[in-house]
Design a protein around this ligand. Sequence first.
Ligand code: ZN
Length: 391
Amino acid sequence: MPLNLSAFLMSVRPPLPPRRTSRGPPPIPPRPSRPPDVDLARALARRPPPPPVKPQRVAPIACLECRDFTEPDAHAALFPRQSVASLDHLAHDLTARFASDTDKARAIFTWLHHNIAYDAPSFFSGNIRPATADSTLSSGLAVCDGYAGLFVALAARAGIEARKISGHGKGVGFLPPDPGAPVPPYSSGHAWNCALLDGTWRLIDPCWGAGALHGTTYQPGFAPRWFTSSPIDFVRTHYPEDPAYQLLSSDEGGPVSWEDYIMEPAGPTIFLDFYALSLWPAALQPPTRDIHAHTHVSFQLFKRCEHMSMAEADNFVFIISLGKERIPLAPNDAGGWSADAYIPSGVQEVSLYSVTTVDGRDAKGFGLQAFKSALGRKAMTFGGLARWNVI
Ligand SMILES: [Zn+2]
């Protein structure tokens, strides 16, 4: 039986954690300038955990996309794993200075990127041993389950209610079934988190936020969208075993069925610059990987949130490239950019680019009219954002 979201929230909303009055910040443990030897680490671990700092409630900031995380991100880089004495110390060091749960959780999320590497050898050999938060902290290696477990352990010590969610993730190697193929049975192999941040339950994937596999090699690469994505975006790539953890109300189309999730056709190929420009994958049109020759296609592009500037001065010119044609996208009434194009035969693919430089100069703010008059007359470079196959 599908769960009602508000009933779910009521059932999982925790009692407020106990608050104790703090007499000022605790002493900062000594920071060795090099990784501590075993004796020093043991000595640090024997120190009593610091007392909790009284959190201050702050007004929730609804839009995570617009929020400035410079401070928690910079702070998270100050505590290399080798110098960490214990989970208690780490949780305190990372989070005590922040008043809001959102910033505390962000510092933990960013710390995991800097300090925990994906255990690709274990993943590919199938030899994944169960991890505890302590073992992940000490090894610095984890698969998704280890990231999610360590996130929960640190969040709990920071007074944040967090859970590990198990389910299916459309991760490395995932290919959607062919249209018309039988619906594959539910399967699960991923783990991520759900956390109550400043009064709102959020979905967070610290493993995908930390880096990615390239073939069989792990490369760290910070992907903050796995901290800020809305439940509507999450459910495109994450299917929790318990559908209530989609965090989608019926008004938002939830809960999404397994069939709808797993059978969704592949989308266009999206490149990293697309995310760097704060563009919104779920809104990219057309939404499918394949588009047909001899058809008119409307290409549409949107920022990740409505508060972000659409002004020419703040943006690059976006173009659709098909064969030798370069078609600029123009602002549309829906708050994004669009261009219509006829897809001729003989074209293998269609790409979306941003115009990154003109005559060697940064082309942010160059503008549509300037682009049109410069096209073919000035040297330009382009950054790949997305690509469709023409069939
Ligand atoms: Zn916003």
